[in-house]
Design a protein around this ligand. Sequence first.
Ligand code: NAD
Ligand code: MG
Length: 384
Amino acid sequence: MRRVVILGSTGSIGVQALDVVRATDGLEVVALSAGRRWEELIAQATAHGVRRVAIADPESAEAARAAWDGEVLSGPEALAELITQARADIVCNAIVGSAGLAATVITLTEGIDLALANKESLVVGGELVIELAAATGAKLLPVDSEHSALFQLISGEDQQPPGTIERLTLTASGGPFRGRSREELGDVSVEQALNHPTWQMGGKISIDSATLMNKGLEVIEAHQLFGTPYDKIDVVVHPQSIVHAMISLADGSSLAHLGYPDMRVPIAFALQWPNRQVLEIPALDLEKLAVLSFEAVDHEAFPCLGLALSAGKEGGTAPCVLNAANEIAVAGFLARRCSFLEIASVIAATLDAADFEQSYSFETLIETDRRSREFASDYLSALG
Ligand code: NAD
Ligand code: MG
């Protein structure tokens, strides 16, 4: 039995990770955590025979303690305690936002394998995360579909001589506003932005997909995971979300990873690696699909991708600033405090005002994240 801890189990990825565990003989969930939705968390714990959970929000933790006889951890040390006491073989980090970085650091420091959905960990502190994994020998298994695809494609290639893999391509669905000009994005609503054409996801990543910031975060994620320079990572819009990623090799071959858009596939791959899980997901029917189409990104309508690329190339703490500003701007948009196009303005202004540090510690990141959030929040308030 592989002992699994799922962090952020009440979210979109967390719920699907529990589905995968349920459908798999060799996996057992031993601990769960969530932000605040304690009733859902306790129901999951009960269904999976889990006796220990962590809840970030103190009031929700209190309510859970009153209603449940299992152990409810909360407070700053809760995740560290949960992860270390669980004797886990693998932790699935499905927390959203930079709030997930600490869990990534704790897991890898303990030398425990990590199924990483929380891409923000790699955006905010990529160098630190990769160095930690290398130092402790913990395996970092990407859950993000494009990166799971790249991981599979790259591990299938003997990379001798170096340079065999020349380019990586990430596909983007284009989100709900694909094909619209900048002028046509001025008054789009929250509901329209949340209405993703191919993936069912949490609110934050759905907005990131609509602005294309999600793809920007993913380019940084790919750069950190695979050590590929930014000028060798391409993004192409692919509305059907069937081709997840492609690698181009020195001999003119390109290898792509295909599948219906279903996150249970990369989740199961990460949790069961190096084995594959039998899932009740249909094989691709190419005749039915008929057409797979590709188009270039419209950078004028979707400036967030460019902002992410320049922060990535700047390196150091720049992606941490970018991410913090994006989290504040997305929350602002969801709360109807700014327009869709103002998301990019908040991020650009925060990046403009920041001084970046080229090397950083975990504490530097926490402080940079805090300061950037403060600046972005003030900027958002001033927008009126
Ligand atoms: P979600 O909003 O549906 O769920 C987030 C989870 O994190 C919830 O369980 C919530 O309780 C928990 N959480 C939030 N704040 C927390 C905190 N401070 N401490 C502890 N837990 C906290 O998000 P999601 O769509 O499941 O995405 C999770 C992560 O996976 C994100 O980083 C996202 O980018 C990534 N991801 C998601 C998808 C997808 O299809 N949903 C695909 C690829 C990558
Ligand atoms: Mg993705």
